[in-house]
Design a protein around this ligand. Structure first.
Ligand code: 6MK
Ligand code: NI
Length: 462
């Protein structure tokens, strides 16, 4: 999912063109009230699965809902200071990451660190027994969703391989096979789906290692953005693909909105479009304005699954309702780098739940210190190197790395000093770390690498 700058720019231009073509008009979308809703779901959104609240065991509901309220009571949800295309934003949704000890998830250039859930072989100290219970409830939900999504995948696979499903290029569908390459992909898709998927592959793709929990009270968020393409109303999360997941892995979501018993009976409800009092997840096919969008209402305790490549071929967004809502979104996260600055950027928040991260982060920082030291030793060797050709070759290897290191240091220093961070509570204020004064005698190299970069460039130019 890594994109180059040029690809970002191209994507933006494409998006602007789409919106321009649209002008004042809205694209159509369907809700369960509309004819053709289920037909459209089956034909274009079949990898989206909804599991209604009644199908889910009562004890799961009770435990998970209790966990949500516990976490809110202990002020465990945080709004993140994220960065989208070089700009800083505070998200309207508050989040917390819970999962396997030592795992992280990066979204919108912000790496969150798990509050560990209880796992065999790990001793975890929680700051409060209620937080420990909440984490336990969420790993139980995780186990349940894992089983359910594996079953759903196996069912879909069976339906495809035995031809129970309607042929995608079936009668009266003129969208298909308009040119040779499209025809090719259709045929390819079909032939690959005729081979049953390997059971262990399906298992891997549903072995969720963490959950990103969301919370928002819309009544405290007066300035939510309006959905721009379909006129779906206020969004809690705008259109996106989920990032940094194992390819083709499922995302499983438990949704809980606090509905009133007599929800909005006094007001006359509009006949068309989605109900603005109810939370929805909406889906659209990426880069497609022919296929209508889909808005699926979510009630207390409903679950949904985005199976297989749905997250690649489609985008989703979350439409706000009237009442507060929690969700627990279970994922198979990729393991990646870039942890130290990310961790301290989020201030002291992780200390609040557990001391789990203190040791690994201290170990990592020690390794980073050794890397600084080795870099400085290497530089000194280069300065002494007599053989010009060899010296220049080595400098050419090192220089791009130092330039990147300097660029990232600069970017994070800026991010830490974003004006938006002024509004964050004390415990959540970004800390730029590691950071040191250039003349700090305990450090082998200065924080600002510009002089060294200049020195090496000058040697090469001689
Ligand atoms: O609560 C739900 O039902 C769905 C939540 C959801 O779609 N979460 N997605 C993400 O957290 C996410 C993952 N990768 C990249 C971005 C996001 C969220 C996002 C997208 C756009 C603006 C802000 C946040
Ligand atoms: Ni998402």
């Amino acid at each position: 999912m890594k994109r180059t700058r040029a690809e970002e720019v191209e994507k933006d231009a494409k998006k602007r063109k789409l919106l321009d073509e649209l002008g004042e008009n809205c694209l159509p979308y369907l809700t369960p009230k509309d004819d053709g809703f289920y037909q459209l779901w089956k034909e274009k959104y079949s990898k989206f699965i909804l599991r209604n609240t009644e199908k889910i065991p009562t004890d799961i509901h009770e435990e998970v809902q209790k966990a949500f309220f516990t976490l809110r009571k202990h002020a465990c949800f945080f709004q993140d200071l994220v960065r989208i295309k070089g700009k800083d934003f505070v998200t309207p949704i508050s989040r917390i990451l819970i999962g396997n000890p030592g795992y992280t998830y990066k979204y919108l250039n912000t790496r969150l660190f798990t509050v560990p859930w209880p796992m065999e072989g790990y001793e975890i100290n929680y700051s409060h027994p209620e937080i420990s219970l909440a984490c336990k409830a969420l790993i139980r939900l995780n186990d349940y969703l894992q089983r359910e999504s594996l079953l759903a995948l196996q069912e879909q696979d069976l339906a495809e391989t035995t031809g129970m499903q309607d042929s995608p290029a079936g009668d009266g569908n003129q969208d298909y096979a308009t040119n040779i390459t499209e025809m090719d992909t259709v045929l390819q898709d079909q032939s690959s789906s005729l081979v049953p998927k390997n059971d262990s592959t399906m298992k891997e793709r549903t072995s969720y290692n963490l959950t990103l929990l969301n919370y928002m009270d819309p009544q405290k968020m007066p300035s939510l953005k309006l959905e721009p393409y379909f006129g779906m109303g206020r969004m809690a999360v705008s259109w996106h693909h989920d990032e940094n997941l194992m390819e083709r892995s499922t995302v499983a979501v438990y949704s809980y909105s606090c509905e009133e018993i007599d929800g909005g009976v006094l007001e006359e409800k509009s006949a068309d479009g989605r109900d603005p009092d109810v939370w929805h997840v909406a889906l659209k096919v990426a880069w497609d304005i022919q296929t209508p969008g889909l808005a699926i209402p979510l009630h207390q305790g409903d679950c949904y699954f985005m199976l297989d490549d749905l997250n690649m071929t489609h985008q989703h967004c979350v439409l706000a309702g009237r009442q507060s809502r929690f969700s627990s979104t279970h994922r198979v996260a990729e393991v990646e780098f870039e942890w130290l600055r990310q961790f301290w950027f989020q201030g002291q928040r992780y200390r609040k739940f557990t001391d789990w991260w203190a040791k690994p982060m201290a170990d990592l920082e020690e390794l980073w210190r050794q890397m600084e030291l080795v870099t400085s030793l290497l530089l000194n060797e280069l300065r002494k190197e007599q053989m010009e050709e060899q010296r220049n070759e080595k400098i050419s290897c090192l220089l791009p790395l130092l330039i990147e290191r300097q660029a990232l240091r600069h970017e994070w220093l800026m991010r830490c000093h974003s004006p938006l961070s002024k509004n964050l509570p004390k415990d959540e204020k970004p800390k730029c770390h590691p950071y040191w004064q250039d003349d700090d005698p305990s450090m082998p190299l200065p924080f600002n690498l510009d002089d060294i970069i200049f020195e090496l460039q000058s040697i090469l130019e001689d």
